[in-house]
Design a protein around this ligand. Structure first.
Ligand code: NAD
Length: 509
């Protein structure tokens, strides 16, 4: 659906650069990249890309700051988190506009991601509770044992374009609250929000050098993965890069968590409330133009659910208002790049050529006043088969494919055979079906009549199989474990009870 838009926004070209040791610096690199406004389809700014010297500068600043920050009392550290929460709330609108301008998602959705980012800050405000160790009194004569958790040192976060505030803030609040210094390497596509975050951390009272931003591409990432003074790598992005980051960081002796791509299935039973299922699947598939790692991109229709679901999804797709994300009525904005737009259209064409049925086709959408924008309209493709590219590829666009299966068991088997395992959901009115699904499914995050089951900050976020490489999920208790090393102390104070004889035997109690 199309509608008219406001006039073109007045755009003053801008330059986005690094933030090192409390200062915005231009850096030493000679390379730069365009920053686009995807709704207009044209560049609006330039991004300075880091070189080796910038990488060394940022790591040196973070390493220096990490020692004093690790020695700062935990309660003092958490006070900075409380202040950060206030700063983020106060500047939500401003940050949301920066996200929409460079990413394309609608303003209300940009505010939504900032809300989830604030939630992780709220979790990190209570870090003292998370850092509590265990204590065992008198495990042997005059001997106590206790455990503590200490920061890793310097953690680098490498983040994708699709959540330029939320994903960095899945990482930084926990890393910083645990006493680490943090280096953010944001996506090249929408880097402006990273500098706003840096400014807010400074306003919140975080010492210089504890939060830094390095802008760049592969050169910056490789520099961080191999630098001897970087202790931990948190990565979120596509599966091939997640795999590469995981292997490279491990080979360089670092702790690493690398979250990858997704193909999230929603299974619809014939007993489901079909209106609810179609409405929620449409929002989960087309929200943020499908550029969410938790987007529902596959509907699995069981038995007689298929025809009615396809029809209701067609109705839902046709209702979506596609517009510049700044437009107050917009439900869905453009894709992030021209290349993305072309790739998504190609995959839709391949499905059609392979015999799938186009229930709604968004390839030819025209948004008035935004003719050069990277738009693709909501698309629903029925009767897709598992060997079609629309099923095998992570489309990362507003495309929902439907596969038909005869039974719940067949649906579970199909989902479990997929290499990804990020999120999934079931729509049903049967508790027994929901329980069977939730127990048997090989996926990290499961929704029951909930299409986008992103766990709240107090539970960690992570997928299975090709959606996560490494042992730790992100944020929550797993985030704390990732950002700290455990130490177990066995203590005795001999002067209290006189001399104790040393033994050549292995100590037993
Ligand atoms: P991407 O993998 O292209 O980029 C992610 C980061 O890696 C960026 O900072 C980028 O600069 C860097 N990078 C890109 N190519 C590189 C290379 N060859 N070597 C080293 N570094 C490189 O991902 P994207 O397109 O920005 O984001 C979309 C992807 O992220 C999707 O696959 C989506 O599913 C995934 N994602 C996953 C989650 C999750 O929680 N599992 C969350 C958000 C996004």
């Amino acid at each position: 659906m199309t509608s008219t838009v406001q006039d073109r926004p007045a755009i003053k070209p801008y330059v986005v650069s690094h933030y090192i040791n409390g200062q915005v610096v231009a850096g030493h690199g000679s390379r730069s990249a365009d920053i686009y406004n995807p709704a207009l389809g044209e560049p609006v700014g330039r991004l300075n890309l880091a070189n080796r010297q910038d990488i060394n500068d940022v790591v040196a600043a973070a390493k220096k700051a990490s020692a004093a920050w690790a020695d700062t009392g935990v309660i003092r550290r958490s006070k900075v988190l409380f202040a950060m929460r206030e700063r983020m709330i106060a500047r939500t609108d401003e940050m949301a506009r920066a996200i929409t301008r460079e990413h394309g998602k609608v303003l209300s959705d940009a505010k939504g991601e900032i809300g989830r980012a604030i939630e992780t800050v709220e979790f990190a405000c209570g870090i003292l509770e998370q850092l509590k160790g265990g204590y065992s009194d008198q495990v042997a004569s005059d001997i106590d044992v206790f455990s503590i958790r200490q920061p890793l040192g310097v953690i680098a976060g490498i983040t994708p374009f699709n959540f330029p505030v939320m994903v960095p803030m899945w990482m930084a609040p926990v890393a910083i609250a645990c006493g680490n210094a943090f280096i953010l390497k944001p996506s090249e596509r929408d880097p402006s929000a990273s500098l706003m975050l840096a400014q807010m951390w400074q306003e919140a009272g975080l010492p210089d050098g504890v939060f830094n931003v390095l802008q760049g591409d592969k050169e910056a990432v490789d520099g961080l993965l191999t630098h001897p003074d970087v202790d931990g790598i948190s990565f979120v992005g596509s599966t091939p890069i997640a795999k590469y980051v995981h292997e490279t960081a491990l080979a360089h002796g670092k702790r690493v968590q690398a979250l990858g791509g997704a193909k999230n299935h929603a299974l619809v039973m014939p007993d489901a409330d079909m209106d609810l299922a179609a409405e929620h699947m449409s929002a989960a598939a087309f929200g943020s133009a499908g550029e969410r790692c938790m987007a529902i991109s596959v509907g699995i229709a069981v038995g007689s659910a298929a025809d009615i679901l396809a029809e209701k999804l067609r109705e839902q797709a046709n209702k979506v208002v596609v517009q510049d994300g700044m437009h107050p009525d917009s439900d869905m904005g453009p894709l992030v790049t021209r290349a993305s737009q072309e790739r998504v259209k190609r995959i839709i064409g391949e499905a059609e050529a392979a015999g799938a049925k186009l229930v709604a086709d968004g390839r030819n959408i025209q948004v008035q006043g935004r003719e050069q924008g990277f738009f693709v309209g909501p698309t629903v493709i029925d009767e897709v088969k598992t060997d079609m590219s629309a099923y095998t590829e992570e489309i990362f666009g507003p495309v929902l494919v439907i596969l038909r299966v005869p039974t719940l068991a067949a649906g579970i088997e199909l989902i479990n055979a997929n290499p990804y395992g990020n999120g999934t959901g079931i729509f049903t009115s049967s508790g027994a079906a929901a329980r069977e699904f939730q127990r048997r499914i090989k996926v990290g995050m499961v929704g029951i009549n909930v299409p986008v089951p992103v766990p709240v900050a107090w539970y960690s976020f992570g997928g299975w199989k090709d959606s996560l490489f490494g042992d730790y999920h992100i944020y929550g208790a797993d985030g704390v474990r990732f950002c700290t090393r455990k130490k177990v102390v066995t203590q005795r104070w001999p002067e209290l009870h006189g001399e104790i004889k040393a033994s050549f035997d292995f100590p037993s109690h």
